[in-house]
Design a protein around this ligand. Structure first.
Ligand code: 5AD
Ligand code: SF4
Length: 446
């Protein structure tokens, strides 16, 4: 299983592994040892399809070597590039056996059987009416036995149609899983040792699942129900859209200690005219006010965001507005990108595309500011005590690693018995992308 892209793909890969396990498949580290290779692809970045074809070329060599040794290899392409390119993949890489979109991975065993029987290629990029989640093995093991922190997809797809984005086309319309199915999966995960669940969705806070009582549950309602599961210490969710951040969810941040004080809330730009061109549906000040309300509800809330520089029509003044917004809000973490054309999206054909060197300059300035804010944020935790959920061993012998409530990796000297527990740690040192500390007795921040 080769996984590219977002956490949703990590989750999908784990579920594809689950549905294949009854057929006798198990993950391996090296493609040369694999009877089946699934490339789970991502379409969000530039030249995504080219990257897939070049990887397929590499995998074909491996498949041919195995064939020379008398071993067959099933080659499958999954994920968003499979969805977007479909037939094109079989045209350009006819040696691929299976092409499947993100909505059909529950049908993978059937596709494997069909590919084996027919000896030809199988393609399934439907958006089937049945919910793939209903067809997953009920006794699926958590992602790995020692996995303390797991992803759980609750919502998929997007109806927002931001000018620059392919997701509404590759992942389809917004759809939510029934709450009962989410809660059951969460309970299974916790029974298997999971202590932190990150609820996933392209528009996770637009969640509107069927409730066990027949009504419709929003994400807040789901979070309150999850928080009741004994043993589930931490709940997170991503990615959220500012427009779907409702009062109930803000209140949940006030009420639920399990809901971690870290929120990924992409704003993309701080300029009202660019936000409008992007079809984001809110202004920069509306975003500022939303952040204020969140911080009233949960004063230690840290924010992260995505930014795009050089969207068509972005002027120097627009860019300065983005810098001003960053200065006003203060981000603990951020991902930033130069706008790049995605064929078929509204912005692709827009006039006033921004020159590459201008994008480069803006990105550098933006990243310098965000880096400074990230360093300041990480520094602000030093000399304080933070509750850390330990997830495994660190890189050095005798070292264990976990996460702070704000998603920072924290290293301490310790033993395996820490794994799966939340312990107070006195943070002593800020490293470039992580923190180091020592176990302590008191938990001033918990
Ligand atoms: N160009 C640059 N960045 C993009 N993103 C999505 N589409 C594009 C594009 N065409 C970024 C957005 C989104 C993140 C996942 O990727 O910032 O939030
Ligand atoms: Fe893409 Fe916008 Fe939907 Fe996010 S909200 S997935 S950026 S269309």
């Amino acid at each position: 299983m080769i996984t590219w892209g977002c956490q949703m793909n990590v989750y999908d890969s784990a579920r594809m592994t689950d549905v294949l396990r009854p057929l006798g498949y198990a993950p391996v580290d090296n493609p040369s040892d694999a009877d089946m290779i699934i490339l789970n692809t991502c379409h969000i970045r530039d030249r995504a399809a080219e990257k897939v074809f070049s990887e397929l070329g590499r995998l074909r060599v491996i498949r041919d070597e195995r064939k020379a040794a008398g071993r067959e290899t099933v080659l499958a392409v999954a994920g968003c590039v499979a969805q977007a390119e479909g037939e094109q993949i079989l045209k350009r890489a006819p040696y691929v056996d299976i092409v499947l979109g993100p909505q059909t991975y529950h049908r993978l065993p059937e596709m494997v059987a069909r590919a084996a029987r027919a000896g030809g290629s199988v393609i399934d990029t439907d958006f089937p009416a049945e919910q793939k989640f209903d067809f997953l093995p009920q006794d699926a093991a958590p992602q790995t036995a020692a996995n303390v922190s797991a992803f759980l997809t609750v919502q998929e797809g997007c109806d927002k149609f931001c000018s620059f984005c392919v997701v509404p086309y590759t992942r389809g319309a917004e759809a939510s899983r029934p709450a009962a199915s989410v809660l059951a999966e969460a309970r299974r995960m916790v029974a298997g040792g999971v202590r932190e669940i990150t609820l996933l969705g392209q528009n996770v806070n637009a969640y509107h699942g069927e409730g066990p009582d027949g009504g419709v549950w929003g994400l807040a309602r789901l979070a309150y129900a999850l928080a009741k599961i004994p043993g589930l210490e931490r709940i997170r969710y991503m990615t959220s859209h500012p427009r779907d951040m409702d009062d109930a969810l803000i209140a949940a941040h006030r009420d639920l200690p399990e809901l971690m004080p870290f929120l990924h809330l992409p704003v993309q730009s701080g300029s009202d005219s660019i936000l409008k061109a992007m079809n984001r549906g809110h202004t920069a000040d509306e975003y500022r006010r939303l952040v204020d309300r969140l911080r009233v509800a949960r004063p230690d809330l840290a924010l992260s965001s995505d930014f795009i520089v050089g969207h068509p029509g972005e002027t120097d003044e627009d860019f300065e507005e983005t810098m001003r917004l960053i200065g006003d809000v203060g981000f603990a973490l951020a991902y930033s990108f130069k706008y790049s054309i995605r064929p078929g999206t509204p912005a692709a054909g827009a006039p006033l595309q921004v020159a590459e060197d201008v994008k480069d300059r803006r990105l550098q300035a933006l990243q310098a500011l965000l880096r400074e804010q990230q360093d300041d944020f990480n520094g602000s935790v030093v000399d304080r005590v933070a509750p850390v959920l330990f997830t495994g061993r660190g890189r050095k012998p005798g070292q264990m690693v976990g996460r702070s409530p704000w998603l920072q990796p924290v290293h301490v000297d310790g033993t395996d018995e820490l794994v799966g527990t939340v312990r107070p740690v006195l943070i002593t040192t800020r490293l470039s992308n992580s923190l180091a500390g020592t176990l302590t007795e008191e938990c001033a921040l918990a």
